[in-house]
Design a protein around this ligand. Structure first.
Ligand code: 0RA
Length: 649
């Protein structure tokens, strides 16, 4: 005798020191443990467990169908609370089992086994709660009647709480074959609820019918005043399943893609169709069990899907070399798919034992699908194109969503309240008095920090070329660290959260050199405020400082001039006098007192308030600067340096 496959606590032999005998093994395989710990076998003794009894019997019948011997199953909900499952399979064997002195039917119904049929042929459903065997149903029923049509006769036997009432009875002569199991769940076990739910069963039986093409499953409810019945039979199998799931969606392609493949120990069937929906409806099954937690078949499917579509899109130049890669998510947006594998020794893992662990299935599914999906796409170019369009639009949406997400994240970062480390803030907290000096370059920033009136002037140095974002879109400016510092220092937030009332300074002053680079930076800053902080300009809070270009000591006094015109005018006004103008190359060349006198001191400086027109012009210039060609951009800046300097006037 072979040892039991599943070791069940040997309650009756506990404490005995002798080795197991054949008798003990029978005890080990008995049904007592099932009644003692029903949850271990059917998950729960609630509604789920109750329905599980039906599935268990149906699974056995479906096994017959998978083996090719059964094409009709009838499930009846009896008026007295029982359930009858009838199939036209081979029938449970009725012959006497050697050494046991009982019929195979009795052994099947009173012995715990790992779901394996005697012959071991076909795909056994041995996942998690399933495949515990019809004996578990017997153990948990107050009564069970079995009828077998086999070997020319109708055989019957009755059980109570797993125990046979009598030996198997040979009845009338009959030609057909099949098994009928009727059972009445035990109220001692199912203490919560004894009522089968039609819809729950219908759902599962429909699924079973989809997964087993051509198999007819009838559900008949005899409990009400009128009989209710539903028939499930799908000659299209999982293709019909996909159509059913998509019945209220708009498909992207007319056809449902279908393929299957068989190998020695496993087979796979896949059906898929994209829709305009944004959600993914991919359902995977292993031996008719819904593998909610996925597993190897799903991995193989996903890998192949991404690969085949990417390859196709690239080969047809729908996806260009420079484009972002497609993600798995992109390929599955709006996709409805059924992946059904059947295999000889399924390994179910995971929290709910609904994750397929067989690694060989991953490569099998992946390889078959690589071949067959690619073939489909090559043979149906217009459908392939429609699929690619859907996938690419999903990709676009994903990339845009990411940008928006990043922006939100950045926003919250910017609102975190901590001021940038580079900011030398002023002492006053009164925004009417407070000024923010945005200074180009760290060295000029250092001078400005020393030169300023600490009481009301804050200094934020900008590191060199913030315009190195070059050809990037304007949105990219927000990624710039220096710009982020400005936003934080100003305190208003940005975008939807912008609040002018939170503005910490009512004078925000751009201080840049009077050269091309300075103009460049000013252009960027103005554009930024125009685009993202427009109310600051509208409220008149934005200014441009006027650092001088020339310093002219003359007759014991020092004069400053901001451009050549002013210098020439001064010279013309002091005819013939010898003047020696000193030219500043940048703000950084001034010492603290010079900077204070010329640019910071409210009594002597000139500030230009930026108007909306100025900013609009800056924006226009900026957009033009964003051309693709670096050379032409440079010449543009040089040619238009004057225009940009318009902002200085
Ligand atoms: C054991 C062996 C065989 C079939 C079955 C059990 C069987 C069980 C159930 C339960 C409900 N319907 C069923 N139909 C069949 C194989 C029989 C053979 O080899 O002929």
């Amino acid at each position: 005798m072979t040892p039991p496959k599943r070791s069940v606590p040997a309650t009756k032999t506990r404490g005995q020191s002798s080795a197991y005998t054949a008798q003990d093994i029978t005890v080990l395989e008995g049904l007592d443990p099932v009644r003692q710990r029903p949850g271990m076998f059917i998950g729960s003794t609630g509604t789920r467990g109750l329905h599980h009894l039906v599935y268990e019997v149906v699974d056995n019948a479906v096994d017959e169908a998978m083996a090719g011997y059964c094409d009709r199953i009838i499930v009846e909900l009896l008026a007295d609370g029982g359930c009858r499952v009838d199939d036209n399979g081979r029938g449970i064997p009725v012959g006497t089992v050697k050494g046991k002195g009982k019929s195979a039917v009795e052994v099947v119904l009173t012995t715990l086994h790992a779901g394996g049929k005697f012959g071991g042929k076909g795909y056994q459903v041995s996942g998690g709660l399933h495949g515990v065997g019809v004996s578990v149903v017997n153990a948990l029923s107050r009564r069970l009647d079995v009828e077998v049509a086999r070997e020319g006769f109708l055989w019957s036997q009755t059980f109570e709480r797993g125990n046979p009432k009598a030996k198997i009875k040979k009845g009338k002569a009959i030609k057909r074959t099949g098994t009928t199991v009727a059972f009445w769940p035990d109220p001692e076990i199912f203490t919560e609820d004894l009522e089968f739910k039609f819809d729950t069963l219908a759902q599962r039986l429909r699924e079973m019918a989809f997964l087993n093409r051509g198999l007819e499953i009838r559900l008949i409810d005899e409990r009400g005043p009128e009989e209710v019945r539903e028939d499930f039979k799908y000659n299209g199998g999982i293709v019909d399943f996909v159509k059913h799931l998509n019945s209220s969606r708009e498909p992207v392609t007319k056809r449902v893609v279908y393929f299957d493949a068989k190998a020695e120990n496993h087979e796979v069937e896949v059906a898929l169709q994209w829709t305009n929906a944004y959600t993914e409806s991919v359902f995977t099954f292993a031996n008719n069990i819904n593998t909610h937690e996925g597993g190897m078949h799903e991995e193989g499917f996903r890998r192949s899907l991404t690969r085949v579509i990417s390859n196709y899109a690239k080969a047809k130049n729908i996806l260009k070399e420079k484009d972002d890669a497609l993600s798995g998510e992109d390929t599955r947006e709006g996709l409805t798919a059924i992946v059904s594998v059947k295999l000889r020794n399924p390994q179910f893992e995971g929290q709910t034992k609904t994750k397929l662990g067989n690694t060989e299935i991953r490569s099998f599914v992946e390889k078959e699908m690589n071949e067959k999906l690619a073939e489909f796409m090559e043979e149906h170019p217009s459908e392939a194109r429609a699929i690619c369009n859907k996938v690419l639009s999903a990709q676009r949406a994903r990339l845009e969503a990411r940008k928006a997400r990043d922006l939100v994240r950045r926003k919250s970062l910017l609102e975190s309240g901590s001021l940038p480390g580079k900011l030398a803030d002023c002492q006053t907290r009164d925004p009417h008095k407070a000024e923010l000096l945005i200074v180009e370059g760290d060295s000029a920033g250092g001078t400005a920090k020393n030169a300023r009136a600490r009481e009301f002037q804050a200094v934020l140095p900008l590191r060199g070329k913030i315009l190195n974002v070059e050809r990037a879109r304007l949105a990219k400016i927000l990624e710039n660290k220096e710009i982020q510092n400005i936003i934080t220092a100003v305190g208003t937030g940005i975008g939807e959260e912008f609040d002018i009332a939170k503005c910490r300074y009512h004078k925000i002053i751009s201080m840049a050199d009077a050269d091309v680079d300075g103009s460049h930076i000013k252009t960027l800053l103005l554009t930024f405020f125009f685009r993202y902080m427009q109310p600051i300009i509208e409220h008149g809070y934005l200014y441009v400082a006027q650092p001088p270009l020339y310093r002219v000591p003359f007759k014991g006094k020092v004069h400053y001039f901001k451009n050549d015109e002013q210098l020439q005018a001064f010279q013309a006004g002091n005819d013939g006098a010898r003047i020696e103008p000193q030219r500043f190359k940048g703000l950084g060349e001034m010492d603290t007192s010079q900077l204070w006198e010329t640019t910071l001191d409210p009594d002597h400086r000139t500030l230009l308030r930026v108007t909306m027109e100025d900013a609009a012009l800056a924006e226009e210039i900026f957009s033009t600067l964003m051309g693709d060609d670096v050379e032409s951009r440079k010449t543009f800046i040089q040619r238009n340096a004057k225009d940009i300097r318009f902002l200085d006037i």
